[in-house]
Design a protein around this ligand. Structure first.
Ligand code: UDP
Length: 325
C-alpha cells in the first residue's frame, strides 16, 4: 500500500516508517519538523515538509503520491506541558487532525491508523486496563487524543472511513538507527541514560508518595519496534467498523525499577534526586493488550525492561547528541 506517515520524522514515527517499509509498503513521510528530525527519515523515503494544519498542502501531498492510507502520528505529546499550554495541544493535535481528515476526504483516502495514548484513561479504576475501561483524561493531551478517536468513529459511520486507534502506553527503547531525540527531552529512560552519561543533570523522580508499592509511578514500557509492528498489523486489518487497541506489555515498572534497570544495564551509578509530583501524571498505567493479541496476533517481542533499556543505552552511546540536524 502507498502509506503516508505523518510525524514520520519523530521518535515513534521513524520506527513505524521503517516497519512499514520493511513489510513492503511504499511509505511517504510528512512532518513539519518542529519536533521531528529530517535525519530520522530513512534515505530513499520521500519526505514532505508540511504542517497537518495546512489542509490544501496535505491534500496535494496525498494526490501527488497517490496515497491509499494514512498513519497519523504527527502531534505534540507531553502530558505536563499540555496542562500548562493547552491551546498548543488543541491547536496541533485537534485542529491538525481535523485538517488531515478533511484532506483525506478531499483526496479520497479512506484508511487511517491513529496514534492515541494511555493518557485517555486518566487514573484507571483497575490495572491492567482494558479498552472498554472508562476514559477520563487528566490532561489536555489526553483530551485531544480521545476527541479525535471520537471523530474517527463518527467519520467511519458517516463517510465509511476505515480506522484504528492505537493507545500507546510508554514507548521506549530504540532501533539501531532510530531513537529518541526530543529537545528538550522529558521522557524518563533517555533522561536517566543522559544523567548516567553526564550530559544531563541527575534524574529528578517526580513524586515518591504515590499509592504504588514503592511510592513512584508505574508505567508499562513497550519497545518502539513492537509498536511499529502493531501499526503494520493494524494497517493490514483496517475496516470501517473501527477498532481501538491498547499497546503495552502488560507489566508495570515503577520509576525506581527503571532506575535499577539502568544501573544494571549501564553498570554505572544513576545520579538521582527526588522532587515533587508532575502535573497530570496518573499513579499507575498498565495495559491489557489481550485484544490486539486476539484480533491481530500482536505480541511484544521485547517485553523485558532490561532489553528495552539496553537498546536505548546503545542509542544514547552511539548518538550522544541525537540526530545530526
Ligand atoms: N518521570 C520522572 N522524572 C522525569 C521524567 C519522568 O520521574 O524526569 C516519571 C513520570 O512521572 C512518569 C514516568 O517517569 O511516572 C514516565 O514518564 P515519561 O515522561 O517518560 O512518560 P509518560 O508516562 O508521561 O508518557
Amino acid at each position: 500500500m502507498r502509506v503516508l506517515v505523518t510525524g514520520g520524522a519523530g521518535y515513534i514515527g521513524s520506527a513505524v516508517t521503517r516497519g512499514l517499509a520493511a513489510a513492503g509498503h511504499e511509505v511517504v513521510v510528512l512532518d513539519n519538523l518542529i519536533t521531528g528530525h529530517r535525519a530520522a527519515v530513512p534515505v530513499g523515503v520521500p519526505f514532505a515538509l508540511v504542517d497537518t494544519r495546512n489542509t490544501s498542502e496535505m491534500c496535494r501531498t496525498m494526490q501527488t503520491y497517490r496515497i491509499e492510507a494514512v498513519v497519523h502520528l504527527a502531534a505534540i505529546s507531553q502530558v505536563g506541558t499540555s496542562v500548562r499550554e493547552p491551546r498548543l495541544y488543541f491547536d496541533n493535535n485537534v485542529r491538525g487532525a481535523l485538517s488531515l481528515l478533511d484532506a483525506m476526504l478531499d483526496a479520497g483516502v479512506g484508511k487511517i491508523v491513529f496514534s492515541s495514548t494511555a493518557a485517555v484513561y486518566g487514573d484507571p479504576d483497575q490495572c491492567p486496563i482494558v479498552e472498554s475501561a472508562a476514559t477520563r483524561p487528566k490532561s489536555p493531551y489526553g483530551d485531544t487524543k480521545l476527541f479525535i478517536e471520537a471523530v474517527l468513529a463518527r467519520y467511519g459511520e458517516a463517510y465509511g472511513l476505515a480506522h484504528t486507534s492505537l493507545r500507546y502506553f510508554n514507548a521506549a527503547g530504540a532501533l539501531a538507527d532510530a531513537g529518541e531525540d526530543h529537545r528538550p527531552e522529558t521522557h524518563l529512560i533517555p533522561l536517566v541514560l543522559q544523567a548516567v552519561l553526564g550530559t544531563a543533570p541527575p534524574i529528578t523522580v517526580f513524586g515518591e508518595d504515590y499509592p504504588t508499592h514503592d511510592g513512584t509511578c508505574v508505567r508499562d514500557y513497550v519497545h518502539v519496534a513492537d509498536l511499529a509492528r502493531a501499526h503494520v498489523l493494524a494497517l493490514d486489518a483496517l475496516s470501517t467498523g473501527g477498532r481501538v487497541y491498547n499497546l503495552g506489555c502488560g507489566g508495570g515498572f515503577t520509576v525506581r525499577e527503571v532506575l535499577a534497570s539502568a544501573g544494571r544495564v549501564t553498570g554505572r551509578t544513576v545520579p538521582v534526586v527526588f522532587g515533587a509530583r508532575r502535573d497530570g501524571d496518573a499513579a499507575e498505567l498498565i495495559a491489557s493488550s489481550t485484544l490486539i493479541g486476539q484480533d491481530l496476533g500482536w505480541k511484544p517481542a521485547h517485553p523485558a525492561l532490561d532489553d528495552i533499556v539496553a537498546s536505548a543505552w546503545e542509542w544514547a552511546q552511539t548518538h550522544p547528541n541525537g540526530y545530526p540536524d
